[in-house]
Design a protein around this ligand. Structure first.
Ligand code: NAP
Length: 235
């Protein structure tokens, strides 16, 4: 049985990843989200799958919350096989990212959530991952973090996802002696609150691709940047 933890799993791609892995079966999922009390879709899934799903409170920007989540997961298992760092934000105020409008606080908050917090979350769960079967860490990044494809606009998001890609690369080196594979991914353009209704993929299509990529990983993949369809992405 695979033991999986997913951040930001109350909606969007994270929720679809929970459903996809439940459908595939033989899993136990720690589905994390900021507010379990209002995570009604997750609550329904948990009541339908009491032997396969626990909801865990986790705000990835809060070190106390990370510590509590780690303690809750560690009270139920000694191992994690797959950690998916999915939680992320895309600022909805492009006017604040025009020249002359950018601030330390606004840019810093996006960097904190999308780039720094995945480091701190992964660090907290390394002890459980070390005990996992073919342990893997999957970052949900974006093609917008690809420097080769970058153009103007969306400063904070692009920078944060480029940094997340480097996080995956650096962690892949730090964690390979412990047998932990780390990759970064592009989930496609997906119909979620973030991606909008014009996006080309449903959350189910994206999650299915990401789950297949995650399932097929070996240590030879560590440090790579994959699309949801399994192709390699340009850095
Ligand atoms: P979404 O629908 O906006 O969902 C974002 C998720 O992240 C929510 O569950 C949200 O929780 C969670 N989150 C945000 N800040 C958090 C925090 N501090 N602590 C814990 N959870 C937090 O976005 P999505 O489209 O599913 O995106 C998921 C990931 O895919 C993101 O990393 C995003 O950058 C990436 N991505 C998406 C697309 C796309 O087209 N949709 C394309 C490329 C990459 P709350 O409900 O509490 O806010």
């Amino acid at each position: 049985m695979q033991q999986i933890m997913i951040t930001g799993s109350n909606r969007g791609i994270g929720l679809a990843l929970v459903k996809e892995h439940l459908q595939r079966g033989d899993v136990y999922i720690f589905a994390t989200c900021r507010n379990p009390d209002t995570a009604t879709d997750l609550q329904t899934l948990a009541s339908e799958n009491p032997d396969a799903l626990t909801i865990v409170a986790l705000d990835v920007n809060d070190s106390d919350s990370i510590e509590s989540a780690k303690n809750q997961v560690a009270s139920q298992t000694e191992q994690l096989d797959l950690l998916i760092n999915n939680a992320g934000i895309f600022p909805r105020t492009p006017e604040n990212e025009a020249l002359g409008k950018m601030t330390h606080d606004a840019l810093g908050h996006v960097l904190m959530t999308n780039s720094v917090s995945p480091v701190i979350v992964t660090q907290a769960f390394v002890d459980l991952l070390k005990n996992g079967n073919n342990p893997r860490v999957v970052m949900v990044s974006s093609q917008m973090g690809s420097i080769e494809r970058a153009s103007g606009g969306s400063m904070s998001y692009r920078v944060s996802k480029a940094a997340l890609n480097m996080v995956a690369k650096v962690l892949s080196g730090m964690l390979s002696p412990q047998g932990i594979t780390v990759i970064t991914t592009h989930p496609g353009w997906v119909q979620t609150d973030m991606g909008g209704s014009s996006a080309t993929l449903t959350p189910e299509q994206s999650a299915s691709g990401l789950a297949t990529v995650s399932a097929n990983l070996t240590s030879a993949d560590t440090g790579k940047f994959y699309s949801y369809d399994g192709s390699e992405m340009p850095w």
